[in-house]
Design a protein around this ligand. Sequence first.
Ligand code: AMP
Ligand code: GLY
Length: 421
Amino acid sequence: MKVLVIGGGGREHALVWALRKSEQVTEILCAPGNGGIAQLARCIPVGPGNLHEMVNLVAVEQPNLTIVGPELPLSVGLVDELTKRGHRVFGPTQAAAKLETSKAFAKEFMQRHDIPTAAYALCTTLDEVREELTRFTVPVVVKASGLAAGKGVVICETHLQAEEAAAQMFSGVLLGTQETEVVIEEFLTGEELSFFALCDGTHAIEIASAQDHKRIGEGDTGPNTGGMGAYSTDGIATPAMRQWLLRNVAQRVVDGMNSKGSPFKGILFVGIMMTPRGPMVLEFNTRFGDPETEAILLRLETDILDLFNASIDGTANELIIRMRAGASVSIIAASGGYPVKYASGKPIAGLSASSSKDVVVFHSGTTIKDGQLVTAGGRVLAIAAVAPDLRGALDKAYAEIAKISFDGMQYRRDIGHRALE
Ligand code: AMP
Ligand code: GLY
């Protein structure tokens, strides 16, 4: 069977790597892919925002299955377009992906369906922001409603700062595009958890949970990034908590979207804050997380194709997802200057040719230039490892990353540390 993966980051490298292990898969294509994915799949230079070119690619290549990795192609309706043309595709429709692409939609949805989340106000003008802010204590959180690649959340220490952040979102100064809706949100504290469920329009089943490390600096300091590392362990959430999240968040999402006439199929990634008042949803994503996926897929024992098929065919309730016991981690090696300004095209040294079953170097932003592997993004590599416990997984991943170098390379040395303490 011929499979096409849309996207070109570490998450897609991990998806391609997992697909390679499936005996049912005979050929893998990836668009656009990257320097690492090119070793496992035929890469085709089609950008994940170009709907027309992606649809054309599928028409020409006729894959038996297309898997959509990032949010951008979901937001432009790739799943809808491919389904309309009779192609088999994994991921949510444009309407279902609104859970991620519109925070305004997600907050209203959560309120209507009794899903615990921070108190909020939705504002479309700066006057509304000023008025609503009087109801919130500080710190207060200001969020752009639309997709913002991790840059759309500002935690503000004063109302004035919140007003300024909102003004910059409306004017386009902050994100490059003018935001029409801004969400003001109560500030929550606690440990964060990324909970992943597989949904088939009717059922939600648990895949795994992980914890991302969003800030650039050790000890969770400095600006937010796309994610600098993640870990996943058996004990990251208690069985009772996992049951609760599945029932009171994921299944409610599936039921709620069903009743709206927009059944949710694909990956539901719930960002949760474990507050003293109980778990509260920070956000929904409607795709695999990056770098959580690199850590989680290392532990997946079930054929990943079975997950995609169950979601498309509405049979997730019959699927048992087996995860290897223990722990896994992913550590991002990023370009110097990321997440602000960074250079690309730096030669990468020290990648060992042989990847073991327990340590895999996934490529997030690399390309081949004149026969040489070079950096091509802010996040460059995701070094993932699995072991019977977290300490062991971290040791393996850090031993591997120590061999790798490129000009300006930076990584956090404290991934998973809070869990070790
Ligand atoms: P989001 O894109 O909504 O997940 O937000 C990105 C990050 O901002 C989260 O992972 C949290 O670390 C932080 N954040 C978002 N919302 C809140 C909130 N209401 N209170 C505290 N921190 C938040
Ligand atoms: N790890 C966060 C994200 O994928 O959005």
